[in-house]
Design a protein around this ligand. Structure first.
Ligand code: FAD
Ligand code: DHB
Length: 390
């Protein structure tokens, strides 16, 4: 089998890339190791930046998002028992974000791919190796329906996430990494959110984040030590701890409800450079990981493939590889900005177990600065709603 663009991984990056290439008249094949139900149910991100929303609309995948997604104009920062709202549109010239789960984005992109005759999207097709990466005809060797298969390609794109195989096949990558001395315990609860907008809470007991999936389902995260077993956190303990961390002067109350899922997410910052070797490219989590505070991971994956699809469209239309040649530098610039923002949000809001009272004072001073300076709030709002793609 041969294709112009072989895409390894049918997560958000791979699926959106296949869609954008199809619209540009470029054929592709997506190889996804998991089955469709697994990919559609894997609980992950929940916030789409303005740019991601725009791109989903433009590529025809925005209909259900516009019906069911929740547009948010700001977030609340909580610290020192105070609450402060950051208003995005007034600080950014009208930018906002959308609460719409990654599971739903993935479902919409898969449905569109099948409905509108995009290139093949193979589930349970596990890439084992990429060969010929220094040639004009790289190949992906994969298993599918019990057999060994080969897909030859003009280009191979590794959209196979942090644990994929593509990055490992690329020689001479420089990698940059940071780990954090805490994780998140994430819960899903069948209770209407106790807030209209997300709450990012700093407390000396640790960070907490109140998010949502709909008007009836709350998604809440709390900082826990690395290595935590969710079984150590019975429901009552979670709600009591959240009450303490979200505590604020005034009459706010956290509504409790049945917890339907609990999982622990480790945190990492990681970047691989460059994002290209010959005709093999990396996009999304395969190239970079951010800690989740600030909700950049999915959005960054989307911006990579938007840049890549534009570059392929340019090549297709003009024969010029100039945008493709600029791909890695273009994406890394944006990726490092998101790395910094995610690091900043994480380290400003979490309590490091080794943190001194001095460090806590610095965090509170920074949060107070954001709450009282338009310049500091604008910096946060511009990064949160997303910088321009490209
Ligand atoms: P992925 O979504 O990882 O997709 C990669 C795909 O490649 C997968 O479907 C995988 O099955 C497939 N694959 C892997 N290896 C192979 C192979 N050899 N052959 C074929 N297919 C392969 N971001 C936020 O903004 N907010 C959050 O709350 C948040 N929570 C997260 C929770 C978890 C547990 C994780 C892991 C990530 C979370 N993220 C979050 C990050 C966000 O979900 C990712 O940035 C986003 O999924 C990146 O999309 P991607 O397509 O690059 O990679
Ligand atoms: C969600 C995740 C995040 O990392 C974040 O900063 C905001 C919201 C979420 O899953 O809803």
């Amino acid at each position: 089998m041969h294709t112009t663009v072989g895409i390894i991984g049918g997560g958000p990056a791979g699926l959106l890339l296949a869609r954008l290439l199809h619209l540009a008249g470029i054929d592709s094949v997506v190889l996804e190791s998991r089955d469709r139900a697994y990919v559609e149910q894997r609980q992950r991100a929940g916030i789409l930046e303005q740019g991601a929303v725009d791109v989903l609309r433009e590529c025809g995948a925005g209909e259900r998002m516009d019906r069911e997604g929740l547009v948010h104009d700001g977030i609340e920062l909580r610290f020192d028992r105070r609450s402060h709202r950051i208003d995005f549109p007034s600080l950014t010239g009208g930018r906002r974000v959308m609460v719409y789960a990654q599971t739903e984005v993935v479902k919409d992109l898969i449905a569109l791919q099948f409905r509108q005759g995009g290139g093949p999207l193979l589930f349970e097709a596990q890439a084992r190796a990429v060969t010929g990466i220094d040639t004009d005809r790289p190949a992906v060797h994969f298993t599918h329906e019990g057999g060994e298969r080969t897909l030859t390609c003009d280009y191979v794109i590794g959209c196979d996430g942090f644990h994929g195989i593509t990055r490992a096949a690329m020689p001479d990558l420089a990698t940059y990494e940071r780990t954090y001395p805490y994780s998140w315990l994430g819960i899903m609860a069948d209770v209407p959110p106790s807030c209209d907008e997300l709450i990012y809470a700093h407390s000396e007991r640790g960070f907490a984040l109140h998010s949502m999936r709909s008007t009836t389902v709350s998604r809440i995260y709390l900082q826990v030590p690395n290595g935590t077993d969710p079984a150590q956190w019975p429901d009552e303990r979670i709600w009591d701890e959240l009450d303490a961390r979200f505590a604020v002067d005034g009459d706010w109350k956290l509504e409790r409800g049945p917890i339907t899922a609990k999982s622990v997410l480790p945190m990492r910052s990681f970047v691989a450079e460059p994002m290209r070797h010959g005709r093999v490219f990396l996009a999304g989590d395969a190239a970079h990981i951010v800690p989740p505070t600030g909700a950049k991971g999915l959005n960054l994956a989307f911006s990579d493939v938007v840049v890549l699809a534009r570059a392929f469209a340019h090549l297709h239309a003009t024969g010029s590889a100039e945008l493709l040649d600029a791909y890695s530098a273009t994406c890394l610039r944006r990726a490092w900005r998101a790395e910094h923002f995610s690091y900043f949000m994480t380290t400003t809001l979490h309590t490091d177990p080794a943190q001194s009272p001095f460090d806590t004072r610095l965090q509170l001073s920074q949060l107070d600065r954001i709450a009282t300076s338009t310049a500091a709030a604008t910096e946060l709002a511009e990064n949160y709603t997303g910088l321009p793609i490209g």
